[in-house]
Design a protein around this ligand. Structure first.
Ligand SMILES: Cc1cc2nc3c(=O)[nH]c(=O)nc-3n(C[C@H](O)[C@H](O)[C@H](O)COP(=O)(O)O)c2cc1C
Length: 422
């Protein structure tokens, strides 16, 4: 049989074979070269139709064999991209989160609006005021570009809980794949992805505490499996917390903590598992039960910061669960400076809520945080790309934080302070 094909003379690889057509271009078999639309381009290199030459006989056969070899060749998997990870996360979050370019809690977003008892997914509680306040307050903070200084490559490294990390950004504690994130990934896979992704990015991950039956210890077990991380437990009865803190010690956790703003957790209440506010005495008992640095997460006022310090906390996290606890709290950028002033360097201060870029992280550091925590973006990264997705997201934030430090003349994390704000 005489083989008659057209070869692309630009890439010398693609052949148009009328017997096969071209399914990628939607051209069915039997379509002659003359019938192929003049706008046709080589699907490999994009060369126009007039760059093709006819081949027949042995030359056509040889070209067909070469092209088949190209098609059969095992190519390395396409590199994971952050855009690809975010797109993939949509498969998990269908009907819950539309993975917008900016996660801002705008009332028109899929996640927002009053839920009248339905799960809040990735949104904020109530009318979403606390969620939007976080983003909007940070948006109002602006950076001073300052360039006429001696050049230095910014050093993003810092130390927290005795651990050196390569950037002052960590994953915040997250949990509840079934309750809030579509349930298509096991809670253990989610927790391990976050913690391992943070290890890969040379930082530390916090991990949350789900109320799902049989999964309450998944976070701390993931810390053990991955060999690092900080479990943050819901404010359950102290006896139970002391048991869990013991597990964290055994797991090799870098620190341990309680999210005091989980005192009204809908998921825990729904599951019939009581959670409580904690008194200074309660917290003293917890901090006294362990040598691990203790973090109190969910501090939104100077009184609580003072109380946590007096109870022996090594770190307070200024946050409001990403606007998921008390639906009308002020934004992070509004409360953080006042709390930092009261703390006055006595303990570490982390802060999270509305941080979406490296520039946002820089602002939080300038407002006084020692390190910054990322919530929703890390959830999406873990769902869409596992540990590599989390690492990619951290690298994205690192890149803009480095750029921000460079353009505000901050050579080290210690150089970042209120003087870079306008
Ligand atoms: C889906 C979801 C689950 C969360 N689960 C927990 C948790 O188990 N424990 C906890 O301390 N905080 C939890 N948080 C709060 C985050 O740790 C963090 O404070 C918040 O997400 C930061 O705001 P951002 O999402 O705007 O970055 C959760 C937040 C979300 C969105």
């Amino acid at each position: 049989m005489t083989v008659f094909v057209h070869l692309c003379t630009v890439c010398n690889m693609y052949i148009y074979d009328p017997a096969a057509g071209d399914t990628r271009e939607g051209i069915s078999s039997g379509t002659t070269w003359e019938e192929v639309d003049p706008s046709f381009v080589c699907p490999i290199c994009g060369a126009p139709k007039d760059a093709f030459t006819p081949l027949e006989g042995e030359a056509a056969e040889a070209a067909a064999v070469k092209y088949q070899g190209f098609l059969d060749k095992k190519r390395p998997k396409a590199a994971l991209t952050l855009a690809g990870v975010r797109e993939k996360s949509q498969e998990h979050l269908m009907g819950i989160c539309s993975v917008n370019k900016v996660c801002d809690g705008d009332p028109s977003r899929l996640c927002m609006g009053q839920k009248y008892g339905a799960p809040i997914g990735l949104g904020g509680v109530g009318k979403g005021l606390a969620f939007t306040s976080n983003v909007e307050s940070l948006d109002r903070v602006r950076l001073k570009m300052r360039l006429i200084t001696d050049h230095a490559e910014p050093d993003l490294s810092t130390t927290i809980f005795g651990k050196d990390i390569s950037l002052p950004v960590m994953a915040s504690s997250l949990s509840g794949v079934k309750a809030s994130m579509g349930g298509k990934m096991p809670e253990s896979g989610f927790a391990e992805a976050i913690l391992a992704g943070c290890v890969k990015a040379d930082t530390i991950g916090l991990i949350g505490n789900t109320s799902d039956d049989g999964e309450e210890t998944t976070g701390v077990e993931a810390v053990k499996k991955v060999g690092g991380g900080i479990p943050i437990f819901k404010p359950q009865a102290n006896d139970r917390l002391i048991e869990l803190i013991g597990m964290a010690e055994e797991a090799g956790a870098a620190a341990v903590g309680v999210d005091v703003d989980g005192a009204s957790s809908t998921n825990w209440e729904r599951a019939g598992k009581p959670v409580f506010r904690k008194s200074v005495t309660d917290l003293k008992e917890l901090t006294g039960s362990t040598d691990l640095p203790f973090m109190v997460k969910g501090i939104m006022c100077a009184e609580d910061a003072e109380a946590a310090i007096s109870a022996g906390a090594a770190c307070i996290d200024v946050s409001d669960h990403g606007g998921r606890s008390l639906g009308a709290t002020p934004g992070m950028a509004e409360v953080l400076p006042g709390i930092v002033e009261v703390v006055d360097g006595r303990v570490k201060v982390t802060a999270g809520g509305g941080v979406r870029t490296g520039f946002d992280a820089l602002k939080m550091l300038a407002l006084g945080a020692d390190a910054v925590l990322l919530g929703r973006d890390i959830a999406r990264a873990a769902l869409g790309g596992g540990a590599d997705g989390v690492k990619l997201h951290m690298e994205y934030v690192r890149s803009d934080l480095r750029r921000g430090m460079l353009l505000t003349s901050c050579d080290t994390v210690a150089d970042i302070d209120g003087s870079i704000l306008v």
